[in-house]
Ligand binder design. Structure first.
Ligand SMILES: [Zn+2]
Length: 360
C-alpha cells in the first residue's frame, strides 16, 4: 500500500502542538469507550495526523494493526470555519461580546477544503487560525471548543468504520487496502456505492452517539460549560455539539448537489438528518429530556448555524427553509435505513460489535 506520511505535530509552536496532541487523545479515549460500551474485544487503534493539505481521513488495517489517520488540514480548516462563524453575531449570539464582531467576508466561492500549496504547512496551520480569530476572547475560546467537538466527531466516525467491520469488509469484498473517505470512483458499480453509503450512515450514527456520551460525561460538562460560557443544561450542551457536527456537513455541503451519482457518501444534508435523529434519540439516555424536546433544540440550532453560515455569504447545497427539502432529507434517511437492513449481513459478522438492530 502507499505509505502515508505522518505529520510531526511537535514541530508546531507549543500551544498548537498541545492542542493537536489533545485532539489525538480523543481517539484513544474513544477506543476505551467503545470497548466498555459496545465491544469487549475492541482492538488497539493507532491514531495520527497525516501530512496532507486536503480535508480527508482514513481508517486502515495493515501488518501493524488498525490505524486511523486524519489529514492535518482538518482541524485547521474547521477551526477557521468556527472562528469565522463566531465573527457573525448570529452565531451563538449570547456568547461573549458578539455585537463587536465584524463579518469576515473574504470567501469568493466558499471555504476551500484544501490548504494553499504555496505556504509551508507549519506556517499555514497556525496562520489560518490566527487570521480568523474572533475579537472577543470568550468567542475565540468557543471556537476552540467547537473545533474539538467537530474533530472528535471525525475521529469517531473513522473508529466506527473499524468497530462496525467496514474496514475488514472493504478489503475482503473490494480488495481495498485503506478505507478512505471520499474515494468513490466512477467505475464503481451501483451496489458498491449503495453499500459504502450505508457504511457512512452507520459511522455517522455511532460518531454522534459518542459525541453525546462525551458531552454528558462529568468532566466534559464542566470543561465545556466553562469554555463555552454555558449553562450546564442538556439543551445548551446538545446545541453546541450539534452545531459543531452541522458545520462539518455544511463544509462538504458547499459543493454537493452537482453530480451525486458517483458519490461514496450520502448527501451532506441527508447525513445531518440522520445525525439529528441519532443524537436526539440518544440524549434521553444521558439526561432527563424527551426526544421531542431535543428535536426542537436540534432544529433551532440548525437554523442558527445556517443563518450565520448564510450571513458570511457561504454557499450551501439546499434551501433549508423549504419544507419539501426536509421531506427529501428524511426520505433519504429512511432509504439509508432500509438499505442498511437489506445489506448488513454482508459485513456485520466482521464487526467488533454491531449495535444496530439486525434487518432481514
Ligand atoms: Zn466514512
Amino acid at each position: 500500500m502507499k505509505r502515508r506520511v505522518a505529520f510531526d505535530i511537535e514541530k508546531l509552536d507549543s500551544s498548537f502542538a498541545a492542542f493537536y496532541r489533545k485532539l489525538l487523545g480523543f481517539a484513544s479515549s474513544a477506543t476505551r469507550t467503545i470497548r466498555k460500551a459496545h465491544a469487549n474485544a475492541f482492538p488497539p487503534v493507532a491514531a495520527w495526523f497525516l501530512n496532507d493539505r486536503l480535508v480527508n481521513a482514513r481508517a486502515a488495517l495493515d501488518q501493524s494493526g488498525y490505524r486511523v489517520g486524519l489529514n492535518v488540514a482538518v482541524p485547521a480548516i474547521l477551526h477557521f470555519c468556527f472562528n469565522n462563524l463566531l465573527r457573525s453575531r448570529l452565531y451563538f449570539p449570547e456568547l461573549g461580546d458578539s455585537a463587536n464582531e465584524t463579518r469576515y467576508r473574504d470567501f469568493s466561492s466558499g471555504i476551500p477544503l484544501r490548504l494553499p500549496d504555496h505556504v509551508p504547512l507549519l506556517e499555514a496551520l497556525p496562520g489560518i487560525v490566527n487570521v480568523s480569530r474572533p475579537l472577543d476572547d470568550t468567542r475565540a475560546a468557543g471556537a476552540v471548543a467547537l473545533t474539538q467537538i467537530a474533530v472528535s466527531f471525525c475521529l469517531y466516525h473513522e473508529l466506527a468504520h473499524i468497530e462496525l467491520g467496514h474496514v475488514v469488509s472493504s478489503r475482503e469484498l473490494f480488495g481495498a487496502h485503506d478505507f478512505l473517505e471520499f474515494a468513490a470512483r466512477r467505475e464503481w458499480p451501483t451496489n458498491r456505492r449503495r453499500l459504502t453509503r450505508v457504511w457512512e450512515y452507520e459511522a455517522d450514527k455511532i460518531a454522534s452517539m459518542m459525541v453525546a456520551a462525551d458531552m454528558f460525561s462529568a468532566d466534559n460538562v464542566e470543561v465545556l460549560s466553562d469554555a463555552f460560557d454555558l449553562p450546564k443544561s442538556p439543551e445548551a450542551l446538545t446545541a453546541v455539539a450539534l452545531s459543531a457536527i452541522y458545520v462539518v456537513f455544511f463544509l462538504f455541503g458547499q459543493r454537493a448537489g452537482k453530480d451525486r451519482r458517483f458519490a461514496s457518501h450520502p448527501h451532506p444534508m441527508v447525513r445531518f438528518g440522520s445525525t439529528i435523529e441519532a443524537l436526539v434519540n440518544d440524549v434521553p439516555r444521558h439526561a432527563r429530556r424527551d426526544a421531542d424536546r431535543m428535536r426542537t433544540v436540534a432544529m433551532d440550532t440548525l437554523f442558527m448555524t445556517h443563518g450565520a453560515w448564510d450571513d458570511l455569504g457561504l454557499p450551501i447545497a439546499t434551501n433549508l427553509t423549504n419544507v419539501s427539502v426536509w421531506k427529501w432529507i428524511f426520505r433519504g434517511v429512511d432509504d439509508l435505513e432500509r438499505d442498511r437492513r437489506a445489506l448488513h449481513h454482508h459485513y456485520s459478522a466482521r464487526a467488533w460489535s454491531y449495535p444496530f438492530e439486525a434487518g432481514s
